[in-house]
Design a protein around this ligand. Structure first.
Ligand code: XMP
Length: 317
């Protein structure tokens, strides 16, 4: 019978046997999978695990700092890399969702490759790939798959010539969470909603700018904080705010405004393949809407997405 404790014990022993004194690099995303993979590897090989956490400037408000702090607290050998400008500059004028994903994947690979070169004599690339990623052959999700989809684009970056170690590739998501708990990871990391690798770039429809990112981060933070306050965060599978590229008229005192719209999305799901929109309580929605409109400059209207998947995907891009 499978138990998280037994899995942890045997996996650590296997990793030690396999990796010996070799050095390993791993890209941490802040998500559950890469975090659990990192903690397991850290228990097995300690400082020989070199974690790299890239700030692409497309994370939620304050997330980069909070997550980096958490990882350091856990004792990981981790390097944070501020690549915000690099990502933003490559996104300038890019409107097509798939081109955005490609640009982000490309910059990520460049940044990660640079950082991996800094680790002398590195032998392995660790990834938080889980079983569904392995079987989902045409997946375009996640940093690991983003990397894979670049296999056939010119020469391989050097880190891709490393041997690959994927300690979670036999596990389902709920098992990964159980393993994470038995490793002592806090709910702050274990319980977080899925968040796409391209981050807020695919929640800003059309062109991404620093200004739009800042607006969306504020609105999203108000949304998520209110869900937590209302005890709803853990009941929702995934939630996030979306910046719509439309302007609508509003009034402020005697003035007319012409500003942007924020859409709120919250879904129930098991695996993200299908999803139902959540029937969030009206009073909670009302409070969120008021707060966003009052506090976030540039937004004068908030709407709620009442579409299920299929056909409406969870993300808008
Ligand atoms: P959709 O929008 O396809 O999303 O219904 C299903 C799940 O996948 C996530 N998602 C992504 N994750 N890179 C990722 O790492 C991506 O490009 C990407 N697109 C969608 C989405 O957040 C949801 O959890």
């Amino acid at each position: 019978e499978w138990t998280p404790n037994a899995f942890v014990e045997t996996t650590i022993a296997e990793l030690q046997a396999k990796l010996g004194d070799d050095k390993v690099v791993l890209a941490l995303s802040g998500g559950v999978d890469s975090s659990v993979a990192a903690i397991l590897l850290h228990k097995a090989i300690g400082k020989n695990l070199h974690c790299i956490f890239v700030d692409n400037g497309l994370l939620r408000k304050g997330e980069y700092e909070a997550v980096l702090e958490q990882y350091k607290h856990l004792g990981l050998n981790i390097k944070g890399v501020d690549a915000k400008e690099r990502f933003l500059s490559q996104l300038a004028k890019v409107k097509d969702p798939e081109l955005k994903r490609k640009a982000i994947g490309r910059v990520f690979i460049e940044v990660f490759d640079d950082e991996a070169h800094e680790v002398q004599d590195v032998k392995w690339l660790a990834q938080g790939t889980i079983y569904p990623d392995v079987i989902e052959s045409v997946s375009v999700k996640g940093p690991s798959a983003t990397i894979k989809s670049h296999h056939n684009v010119g020469g391989l970056p050097d880190f891709m010539k490393l041997k690959v170690v994927e300690p979670l590739n036999t596990l389902f998501k709920d098992e990964v969470r159980r393993v994470g708990r038995s490793l002592g990871l806090e709910d702050f990391i274990i319980g977080r909603h899925p968040f796409p690798g391209p981050g807020l770039a695919i929640r800003i429809l059309g062109e991404v700018t620093a200004e739009k990112v800042a607006i969306l981060q504020e609105a999203d933070a108000i949304y998520i904080d209110n869900l937590k306050e209302a005890g709803l965060y853990d009941k929702v599978w995934q939630a996030g705010a979306i910046f719509l590229p439309v302007q609508s008229v509003g009034v402020m005192g005697d003035e007319r405004t012409y500003e942007n719209v924020i859409c709120l999305r919250a879904v129930e799901s098991v695996d993200g393949m299908t999803a139902d929109w959540c029937h969030l309580p009206y009073n909670v929605l009302a409070k969120i809407s008021n707060e966003i409109i009052n506090k976030v400059k540039g937004i004068n209207r908030v709407v709620y997405d009442i579409s299920s998947k299929p056909p409406a995907t969870i993300e808008w891009e």
